[in-house]
Write a protein that binds this ligand. Sequence first.
Ligand code: SF4
Length: 293
Amino acid sequence: MQENQTPQKRKPRWIRSQWPCNPEIAALKKMLRSQKLATVCEEAACPNLGECFGCGTATFMIMGNTCTRNCKFCNVTHGLTSPLDQSEPNSLAETVAAMHLKYVVVTSVTRDDLVDGGAAHFAACIKALRTKVPGVKIEILTPDFKQCQNQALKTLGTALPDVFNHNIETAPRLYATVRPQANYQTSLTLLKIHKELYPEVLTKSGMMLGLGETKDETVNVMLDLRKHNVDMLTLGQYLQPTTAHLPVARYVLPQEFTDFAKIAKDLGFKKVASAPLVRSSYHAEAFDKDSDF
Ligand code: SF4
């Protein structure tokens, strides 16, 4: 084990997931490759892939798979980025149409190298989806647009999603170790201003648990999100991608997730998904149904 590597803690029984390998999933992957498209579901080896694909939901990563940041929990490659692929909005829309998806989540790495942080590319993808896949529900999960928030929010207003998502990820005390190039208040402000500018669009955020945050810190993050008028919340267990990433401080008990879900509902969140294997776009398609995710 190299010096800056931390051994992985043994996973408890409730962190078990079946990696689906049925013919439908295989066919979907083949089509994605032919369109040069990447899904976060595959990149992150998401434990819920089978379930989500089965429900007609998938999460696509646009603007390449190299990030300009280096969050210590994230398995995405970081380093030199490539120019944007201007045909990507169209190939994304064609793939979503071919997959008969009802709900699509569009996310991206952070592109601090672009003057608008990639806001125009997000808008172009939404426009292409609205044209080619009428009726599809669209959620965008964006970076924080730290260096150009006002301009980016204006640009995003030219093609609105159904749900605007930006993950707060963890408690402010842990930002320096977990996402050192981000800022807690910058992330809250992005969510707040999007809600002020486009009140008809639901806002959503997500937090990983098990990185060393206390119960009070988790509740305080929920309070801060509600103070910034965030409508929906996801809470899931952090899983260490490799030994080069931050270690899991602890595996949060399923009952604690249930307790947090109750607190979140009491604080006024419209929708809450809180369980060990929940990820930010888990069962996202259920956002407009009466029940929780
Ligand atoms: S900004 Fe996003 S994609 Fe980039 S390293 Fe951090 S979590 Fe990963």
